[in-house]
Write a protein that binds this ligand. Structure first.
Ligand code: ZN
Length: 410
């Protein structure tokens, strides 16, 4: 039934996204770190748009924009985030907020729809001050001490100072009203190449990967780089390098189809050209939606460490420093997106896990959640060249609005 009123959706979406792009513009993208002037201006822009969607709202004490509708019937929570990475793209975040706003404009003003979409813009999804501070605050996972301890990773500015400068000091943080929402739906750019390379328009997210981080520390013997013979050395840096190579040789045989792993930082101590490193450590990250796969890889890391230790040249320890459990997306939400995409995207959709973290994984801890992806040109994101074809943006909005309609009426 492509002639349902939802087919009118999508028309205002491009104009809205371009309006947000003009705030804090950087080349063809934006620079809107959390609590920067352009970020705060974007939140105000959203507040000014709420009346046309039948919503009232405000910025809470951690910088979330939360809204309510007085319409009777079920409520669906929908949104994403408005801050950006530094000098990054225009769609990472705003796309999901504007789709949610569009769904609210269409459905909240439709007398045939009982229930309403309530829009949220979660603060600091991009992690300038922490991990998902806005959405975690909403689900009750952030303490006042957490905020006291948080600071901007780029400038070092304390979060309390940033909140105060934004006029948010002393304003209460708003917590989820349990049972109010039938669930949470978020749209996002894919940030990868899967949809584009397969000629598809909509990604139906099945799960959001868990992120597991390890500190792997090598201990050898610090010594003189000129006088220590090669056979006598206990070079912690060399042991680390060999370990990285061994991971890349062994993991492909035991990983899952979409597992990814990264050594993001290597530190050699003391880190001088004429000194054999006495200690070395690496920060290593694994992402997968299947905890059993991660457990297998973690066991392999321990086995590899034992093998190194058995050679008695250097000692190695593997310590897990972060376990991010994967979040499953609700099947009813996946079905609603799939049905909507057969109506508005010719069924060109694919069920897929998300390799990136999103606020939906936090919301999924307290209510059913779902996510929809639109294609990213070249798979590029977290860069100012990030983009999606206008036509794909509009199609995605139509699918999103129709999925919201289905979730409110079924
Ligand atoms: Zn994002």
């Amino acid at each position: 039934m492509p002639d349902t009123p939802s087919s009118a959706a999508g028309t205002g979406v491009l104009a809205d996204l371009n309006a947000l792009r003009a705030i804090g513009a950087y080349r063809s993208g934006v620079h809107k770190p959390t609590f920067s002037a352009p970020h705060l201006e974007s939140l105000q822009w959203l507040l000014a748009k709420l009346p046309e969607a039948g919503l009232t709202g405000a910025i809470d004490g951690i910088g979330n924009v939360l809204t309510t509708s007085t319409k009777t019937g079920p409520k669906l929570l929908a949104g994403s985030h408005l801050e950006s990475q530094n000098y990054a793209g225009w769609l990472d975040g705003p796309l999901g907020v504007i789709y949610a706003l569009e769904a609210a404009r269409v459905l909240n003003n439709d007398p045939d729809v009982t229930g309403a979409v309530e829009v949220a813009a979660w603060c600091d999804e991009e992690g300038h001050f922490g991990h998902f501070l806005g959405s975690r605050s909403y689900v009750g996972g952030v303490t006042e001490a957490d905020i006291d301890a948080a600071s901007d990773r780029s400038s070092g500015r304390a979060m309390r100072e940033a909140l105060s400068a934004a006029g948010l000091a002393g304003i209460p943080r708003q917590a989820a009203e349990r049972g109010r929402h039938v669930g949470y739906l978020e749209a996002h750019i894919e940030q990868g190449r899967t949809l584009e390379s397969e000629g598809l328009k909509i990604g139906i997210v099945t799960s959001i990967v868990g992120i597991f981080q390890y500190r792997i520390t090598f201990t050898g013997e610090q010594n003189h780089a000129g006088t220590t013979r090669m056979t006598d050395r206990r070079d912690a840096g060399l042991a680390l390098a060999k370990f990285c190579v061994a991971i890349d040789e062994r993991f492909p045989h035991i990983c899952g189809p979409r597992t990814v792993w990264t050594t993001g930082r290597i530190t050699l101590d003391p880190g001088a050209p004429s000194i054999i490193p006495g200690t070395a450590d690496m920060l290593f990250q694994v992402r997968d939606a299947d905890v059993a796969v991660v457990a297998r890889l973690e066991a392999e890391l321990q086995t590899m460490a034992e093998e190194v230790n058995a050679q008695a040249r250097c000692r190695v320890t593997v310590e897990c420093i972060r376990r991010g459990t994967p979040a499953m997306m609700e099947s009813k939400f996946q079905q609603a997106i799939e049905a909507a995409s057969s109506n508005f995207a010719g069924g060109k959709s694919l069920r897929m896990p998300s390799g990136a973290g999103h606020d939906a994984q936090v919301l999924a801890t307290i209510m059913p959640a779902g996510m929809l992806f639109v294609p990213s040109i070249g798979g590029i994101s977290h860069h100012w060249t990030e983009n999606t074809a206008d036509e794909d943006i509009v199609t995605g909005a139509q699918v999103f609005v129709d999925a919201c309609r289905r979730l409110l009426t079924q």
